[in-house]
Design a binder for this molecule. Structure first.
Ligand SMILES: Nc1ncnc2c1ncn2[C@@H]1O[C@H](COP(=O)(O)OP(=O)(O)OP(=O)(O)O)[C@@H](O)[C@H]1O
Ligand SMILES: Nc1ncnc2c1ncn2[C@@H]1O[C@H](COP(=O)(O)OP(=O)(O)OP(=O)(O)O)[C@@H](O)[C@H]1O
Ligand SMILES: [Mg+2]
Ligand SMILES: [Mg+2]
Lengths: 221, 221
């Protein structure tokens, strides 16, 4: 479902350049539950952003679901994202004016899901992440870990074929983090949703079928 | 250095109320290295915000460095914060238009530290958190863990008497997290700086002299 060949991502900063990803060749099978690990600054978020059509590569090619996304224009990229990818950002990135409920409902609303079906789905997701009682809190009225869980529920809402989650449990206590991973793995086993998540936590890594390690922008394993 | 008696923090949300902190009585000695732990939503960030003069309590009293901060006006509170407290927020909260260097320099600039002395101090701090080469990156040009480390360096810059750090290692790999804790503990042992940090990581907890546990807004241990 993901095919990356010789990917490079180079950021330019004044006269210097940062080689965030170097010669990444990387394959993910449909239905895999994959952990991306590596030290701070090793390129995990950058790789997830490239797979998630958020940033274009500097060199190399990348295919998602059989589509060559390397040189697509912004409109096509955002369509692909909206239809196929669920994304959890490292800083959660919820809409501050919407409640937890509305943030999770938003992707379903965009897809034209009927109201009663949306309501059922959002409530099921709030339950699954343990936030039923916090449905009408806005992000500023939630703890860090609660916001992270809303972001996860939102990424899962539209039943995307691939979920990219950037450190989805960084702000969660261990028990809640395990609950989230079980939820994600359950969806993977039941519906075949592909998951790629980055983490620094060995306990969370242990849920993965496969672990890919990055170091200084290269694949280390 | 911190004296909390019968502290309550109640948030009102429409008709419902959230009891984020309930009857907290809590003492921290000068020079302690204390970890605050507990499940997601248990009140850690709220307690740190109260100690850090960011939010007023709903009931109860709180003294910081011998000063009763319970009912102070906003101006007095922000003066106390600027002079005595170094704060690392759960979402880092760096100034996006400033570079890493300038973000760390900012509190020293405000205090009127002379330029050459500032330069020495900022460089030493960038080194200490492993970001010497990233001095002129802006937050958007840094990884999540790198931003967190800039926030830590900034909190330590003005040599405050108390540092409050909300999950300072949540976005760091274990090796980098340990480096940060050793830096913090070194300052604590050398200069007597009081540290109160929240964490979900047992490895990070183990650096603390004392661990205070919150559960549902109450002290559990
Ligand atoms: N402005 C607010 N309005 C309403 N409720 C709030 C507000 N801020 C926090 N809360 C609630 O208060 C409780 C405690 O929040 P707090 O952020 O202190 O938790 P925490 O222990 O830091 O959790 P985490 O580990 O997830 O960061 C949570 O249930 C949260 O939903
Ligand atoms: N817009 C940018 N401009 C310049 N450099 C950047 C930019 N974005 C990221 N970088 C650099 O690219 C490298 C990889 O960043 P990335 O965010 O992918 O790391 P990461 O593995 O997610 O780290 P962490 O675990 O700390 O989140 C870092 O050294 C970072 O400073
Ligand atoms: Mg990252
Ligand atoms: Mg918190």
């Amino acid at each position: 479902i993901v095919e990356a060949q010789g990917l490079y991502k180079i950021f330019h900063l004044g006269k210097t350049q940062v080689e965030a990803l170097v010669d990444i060749t990387f394959h993910v099978e449909k239905g895999e539950f994959l952990a991306l690990v590596g030290p701070s600054g090793s390129g995990k978020s950058t790789l997830l952003n490239l797979i998630g059509c958020i940033e274009p590569p500097t060199r190399g090619t990348i295919h998602l679901d059989g589509i060559d996304i390397t040189n697509l224009d912004d409109n096509s990229l955002s369509t692909i994202r909206a239809e196929r990818i669920g994304f959890v950002f490292q800083n959660f990135n919820l809409l501050p004016v919407l409640t937890a409920y509305e943030n999770i409902e938003y992707p379903l609303h965009i897809r034209g899901m009927p109201k009663r079906e949306r309501e059922e789905r959002v409530k099921a997701l709030l339950d699954a992440v343990g936030l039923a009682r916090f449905a009408n809190h806005r992000p500023a009225e939630l703890s860090g870990g609660q916001r992270q869980r809303v972001a996860i529920a939102r990424a899962l809402a539209g039943s995307p074929s691939i979920v990219l989650a950037d450190e989805p449990t960084a702000n969660l206590d261990h028990a809640t983090g395990r609950e989230v991973l079980k939820l994600m793995k359950g969806l993977n086993r039941t519906y075949g949703t592909t998951f790629i998540f980055s983490t620094h936590d060995p306990q969370i890594m242990s849920f993965a079928d496969r672990v890919v390690e990055l170091r200084d922008g290269r694949i280390a394993s």
